[in-house]
Ligand binder design. Structure first.
Ligand code: 5GP
Length: 196
């Protein structure tokens, strides 16, 4: 998506260790007009899929998912990061290794909000190694629901998550794929994609 790529070029900051900061428009201050365009693009990309729910993970996926959800006319469920898991059988639980913080944390989704009739689009801001998405996929599959697709704002193509998810057959659409980025020069190279 050209608009997002241009914004990343303009305002993204390349940090060490393969981290891209997009705090000024996506992760701290949020450009709602841009998110609205991104939501419309997700709708265009998944127009043929019978999506009735969007699943994301707190915190930074929520804004993107909510605005996308307006284009789909469906509710959003977000996986919550839990301090301690109450194993009372009311929750789906999984463990996720955080890319940005290096820690492992538990995430939960109430069984009330996802079930076998659901056709789910999973949305997140970044895709790096795929740990966050693997956790969300595990929850959808544990619920007996269907993963209709995965929508990502920024995929870092030089990290393995995207390749592995595509090889496993998931329908993964990333609005921007960064193939290379150099923390010394700040240069960011995007993978050419159709549809722009
Ligand atoms: P993964 O689980 O795929 O390794 O990492 C994805 C998660 O880590 C996303 O939910 C995102 O919040 C965070 N993340 C991974 N890489 C980056 C990055 O380069 N920049 C930012 N801002 N977040 C990232």
């Amino acid at each position: 998506m050209k608009l997002l790529e241009e914004r990343i070029q303009k305002d993204g900051v390349v940090k060490a260790e393969g981290v891209l900061k997009v705090d000024s428009f996506l992760n701290h201050q949020i450009d709602i007009k841009l998110l609205d365009e991104m939501g419309a693009e997700f709708k265009r990309l998944f127009a043929d899929a019978p999506i009735n729910k969007i699943l994301t993970i707190e915190a930074s996926g929520i804004g993107i998912a909510c605005i996308a959800a307006q284009h789909f006319g469906v509710p959003v469920v977000f996986a919550k990061k839990a301090q301690s898991i109450n194993l009372d059988g009311e929750m789906y639980c999984t463990r996720i290794q955080s890319f940005t913080h290096g820690k492992v944390f538990d995430v939960i989704v109430s069984k009330k909000f996802i079930g076998p009739d659901d056709h789910v689009l999973i949305i997140d801001d970044f895709l790096a190694n795929g740990c966050a998405l693997n956790g969300l996929i595990e929850i959808v599959e544990a619920a007996g629901a269907t993963v209709e697709g995965i929508g990502i704002a920024v995929e870092k193509g030089f990290q393995p998550g995207g390749k592995s998810l595509r090889e496993r057959g998931y329908r993964l659409e990333s609005l921007a794929i960064v193939d290379r980025m150099d923390p010394m020069t700040g240069k960011i190279t995007f993978r050419p994609q159709g549809g722009d």
